[in-house]
Design a protein around this ligand. Structure first.
Ligand code: ADP
Ligand code: MG
Length: 357
């Protein structure tokens, strides 16, 4: 079994001796009722988030990102789910708190924005009332003051004519507007940590960019720490200080944004990078999807789960599981990483030949 006990590289927001706001330590989540086969969705995951820091958790669909965030928030059902490890918030283990303690923490200290704004909002209550309810649950203010604050917040997230919009129902707003409302609700009580799980995935591309911009501005304004969960490395590119790349339940690479994007070392990270448009790619180069699908894995107990799809695979990869090891500027779980000198070169169609018109 591999664990991460090594200290990670110091990030931009990390001062020496600072205690992280959130420390996730060897978090594992298994699904399976008694007598059934257990599925390990999250496997010994560790990462830190410091106050005000923006951290990314990136990986394809099914890699365990949402289960990680739900475990952190204490939102997994208790039946048929086995959670182990530690989730320390300001040094307190959230996994040991009562539902009451946790619900007090949620909203006020830690807030969350989910992917689908339609299922997260109550369809039969006007959005303004949903906002004022959250504000009044966590802050001792009059209804009038909460209503004023609700209009202010809607204005802040860029909803035009907010005084009228507070009275509208979720179905009267567009998807992008609903997601803005959710961001307003999440930030209503000035949380110290915002967990955003694919907050823009359900939106059109142009609306995605606008909503991300709003999120970015508000997080910067309130100085909240951010855990940005996404399948899209492009989303974390302009946003996160530290990036954790996850595959099949485990972190495979973790580094500051700069080194991670300049020289991805894990072939999976390289593959994710080659599949997003980049301003610094050679002209004419094509985007290269990672071959195969995320379901094409082997169990971690037998080797590297990414091995079946990996172009850098060597014999050892399917003989024993690689450990997550600390290098000069990152944590890496790979026997045969990409070269640390050049830009990523996993795809056959980004060759110099093709790049020259
Ligand atoms: P991601 O958010 O990265 O797309 P998830 O965290 O939702 O992935 O899921 C990780 C894995 O856990 C998937 O293989 C999924 O099938 C499994 N999983 C999630 N929820 C459950 C559940 N309630 N019961 C069984 N397996 C689950
Ligand atoms: Mg998810």
């Amino acid at each position: 079994m591999t664990t991460t006990t090594t200290p990670r590289p110091a990030g931009a927001r990390r001062a020496a001796g600072d205690q992280p706001l959130l420390q996730v330590r060897n978090l594992s989540v298994e699904f399976g009722l008694k007598g059934q086969k257990r599925v390990r969705a999250v496997d010994e995951v560790s990462f830190d988030i410091h106050a005000g820091e923006h951290v990314g958790l990136v990986g394809e669909s099914g890699s365990g990102k949402s289960v990680t965030s739900l475990a952190v928030m204490g939102l997994l059902p208790s039946r048929g789910v086995h959670v182990s490890g530690e989730v320390l918030y300001r040094g307190q283990n959230l996994l040991e708190q009562s539902p009451k303690q946790l619900s007090r923490l949620r909203g006020r200290e830690i807030a969350m924005v989910f992917q689908d704004p339609m299922t997260s909002l109550n369809p039969v209550i006007p959005v303004g009332l949903q906002l004022t309810e959250v504000i009044r649950r966590h802050q001792d203010v009059s209804r009038k003051a909460a209503q004023r604050r609700a209009v202010e917040l809607l204005d802040q997230v860029g909803i035009p004519d907010p005084a009228r919009r507070v009275g509208e129902y979720p179905h009267q707003l567009s998807g992008g507007m609903r997601q803005r409302v959710l961001i307003a609700i999440a930030l209503a009580c000035g949380p110290k940590l915002l967990i955003a799980d694919e907050p823009t995935t359900a939106l059109d591309v142009t609306i995605q960019a606008q909503v991300l911009e709003v999120l970015k501005e508000l997080v910067a304004e309130t100085d909240a720490a951010l855990l940005m969960i996404t399948h899209d490395l492009g989303v974390v590119a302009g946003l996160c200080d530290q990036v954790n790349v996850m595959y099949s339940g485990r972190i495979v690479e973790s580094a500051e944004r700069g080194p991670l994007f300049a020289t991805p070392r894990h072939p999976y990270t390289g593959g994710l990078l080659d599949s997003i448009p980049r301003l610094d790619s050679p002209r004419g180069s094509r985007l290269t999807p990672i071959p195969g699908s995320p379901t094409q894995t082997i169990p971690w107990s037998e080797g590297c789960a990414f091995a079946p799809r990996c172009q850098n695979r060597v014999e050892r990869c399917t003989a024993e599981p690689p450990a997550l090891l600390a290098g000069e500027d990152r944590l890496l779980r790979c026997y045969n990483p990409l070269s640390s000198t050049g830009p990523s070169s996993t795809g056959p169609s980004t060759t110099a030949e093709e790049a020259t018109p």
